[in-house]
Design a protein around this ligand. Structure first.
Ligand code: FAD
Ligand code: NA7
Length: 460
């Protein structure tokens, strides 16, 4: 009760002399920093902002890490990205409405860029925003305590000074991502398998599987991309194993889909349909866990990878304590644009520009989104759901408008192109909802493009 009252007092008093902690300087944390720095640049008084990032640099997942397991500080390696990763959705559908690709690269570029290009784009906007000194790198948040007066007490390990620091904040924004802690199921007999068994989180290079018979468990984005890429770079065969439903794409020769494996006996894997096959390696593309070991139970988001995040009003505000915000916790069709829309919303609640409705009203609106998700029938419905969600955020803030309807259309065209050909959807060109221009076609078809360097990609 006391905490509830204090929180409301804070929201009423506004942002003067307040402190905001952001955890994570990946794309979501960067969106939050951008939202506040934009207000600051417009002459608005903003609170003191401190962003804690446990890696040595910004970019989150997009900062490729050759390491697996633990990093140089003994922290779990964050990034799950791998060599030769090309965007799996059209870049037009993630384009910042306040910083277009054309503005960054000085020309229009094709629709499915490799990782390095997207990293350069995200960081390009960040570098121009003058907020890097708000970030404390090599700082890992270990514990958050919600104090009686409503403040958040953060315990942070500083790997530079090797010290533990404690600081209090009025508001907390959690932007730690949710594709980093692998979900690793057990399969009967897997300990007898003589080859390499790894989760997609530890996958770094398709070259390792050249000439090999590969089993990929899972039927979603990671499975599709890791498996297909291994085939592209020379795997002898790729077998996907699904739990619920096959991906059912028209696969290239040497790729097939089977029901879930039931057991492993040395090299031989048996599937639910009774078939058997020998493999050299197994990659578990079985998704990730939302993990917030630093948060106490009452502040902790507990969810699976879904569109509506339970407990979060507008997918952003912790309903039980509206001084706490999460960014980027949803299953992601939209990414950077959605993180921006969420960040602008969180910022405006903190600045007092948005007055939140009562808890009952918030709960009722959340129930509507939850019901809507539970009744979705297909991927097209999911795209519409997330587009409407972004609209509902944007109508409350001054995040520069972009053509959401066009982005929906482009997402659906992309989905259709994938159904038509999984190896050539990346050769299509999409239109930008920010500039309204149709992007050029890439000089080399993706299936034959082995060089993913920036230099090669940006060639005309
Ligand atoms: P992250 O990028 O995960 O960043 C979170 C940050 O929080 C990290 O820097 C981490 O070090 C930091 N952090 C975590 N815990 C702590 C702590 N306790 N203390 C301090 N700092 C902490 N999206 C696309 O749009 N297009 C794609 O093609 C695409 N491909 C993907 C491929 C893979 C393999 C994966 C895993 C994801 C892909 N994504 C893609 C989605 C991707 O997750 C988002 O684009 C984006 O990186 C999410 O940003 P985020 O900031 O929410 O999380
Ligand atoms: P997703 O999209 O959460 O998918 C996880 C997949 O793993 C999905 O097909 C699940 O099957 C499957 N899964 C989960 N547990 C099991 C078990 N126990 N057995 C078999 N299969 C299982 O994660 P992704 O890694 O593919 O994608 C996440 C992000 O990373 C995405 O944004 C990409 O761009 C990169 P189900 O269909 O639920 O039966």
């Amino acid at each position: 009760m006391l905490i509830g009252l204090q929180v409301w007092m804070k929201l009423l008093v506004g942002s003067m002399n307040k402190r905001v902690a952001i955890i994570g300087a990946g794309p979501s944390g960067i969106s939050a920093l951008r939202a506040f720095s934009t207000a600051r640049d417009n002459g608005i008084d903003v609170p003191e902002i401190i962003c804690f990032e446990r890696q040595s640099d910004w970019g989150g997942q997009w900062k490729f890490n050759w390491r697996t397991g633990l990093d140089e500080n003994g922290e779990p390696v964050h990034s799950s990205m791998y060599r030769y990763l090309w965007s799996n959705g059209p870049k037009e559908c993630l384009e910042f409405s306040d910083y277009s690709f054309e503005q960054h690269f000085g020309k229009s570029i094709p629709s499915f860029p490799p990782r390095e290009i997207l990293e350069d784009y995200i960081l390009g906007r960040a570098k121009k925003s003058n907020f890097r000194d708000w970030i404390k790198f090599n700082h890992s948040v270990r514990m958050v305590e919600n104090q009686e007066n409503g403040d958040f007490l953060l315990t942070v390990e500083d790997f530079n000074s090797k010290k533990i620091i404690k600081e209090t904040f009025d508001y907390l924004i959690v932007a730690t991502g949710h594709f980093s802690v692998p979900n690793v199921p057990e399969f009967d007999g897997i300990e007898t398998f003589p080859g390499r068994v790894l989760h997609a989180h530890d996958f770094r290079s398709a070259g390792e599987f050249k000439g090999k018979d590969l089993l990929v468990v899972g039927a979603s984005y990671s499975a599709e991309d890791v498996g297909l890429q291994c085939k592209k770079y020379g795997a002898k065969s790729v077998t996907f194993s699904f739990r619920t439903a096959p991906m059912d794409f028209i696969w290239p020769q040497g790729v097939d889909e089977r029901e879930l494996l039931t057991s492993v006996n040395k090299k031989t894997v048996t599937f639910k349909d009774g078939t058997k096959k020998d493999f050299d390696a197994i990659i578990l593309c079985t998704g990730y866990l939302h993990s917030f070991p630093f948060l106490p139970q009452e502040l902790r988001l507990v969810t699976t990878n879904r569109l509506f995040s339970p407990g979060l009003f507008k997918g952003v505000v912790w309903n039980d304590n509206p001084s706490l915000f999460y960014i980027g916790m949803q299953d992601q069709w939209y990414t950077f644009t959605m993180f921006d829309a969420e960040a602008w919303y969180a910022r405006d609640v903190i600045l007092g520009n948005i007055q939140l409705p009562s808890k009952e009203e918030r709960t009722s609106e959340m129930r509507e989104w939850d019901d809507r998700e539970n009744n979705l029938e297909d991927a097209y419905g999911m795209i519409d759901f997330q587009a409407d969600y972004i609209r509902s955020l944007m109508e409350n803030t001054d995040y520069p408008k972009f053509d959401v309807e066009l982005s929906q259309k482009e997402f659906k065209a992309w989905k259709k192109a994938k159904e038509k050909s999984i190896v050539s959807y990346r050769d299509q060109a999409h239109s930008s909802p920010v500039t309204n221009k149709l992007s050029p076609v890439h000089h080399t078809v993706w299936w034959e493009a082995m060089d993913d360097s920036m230099e090669s990609y940006l060639k005309d």
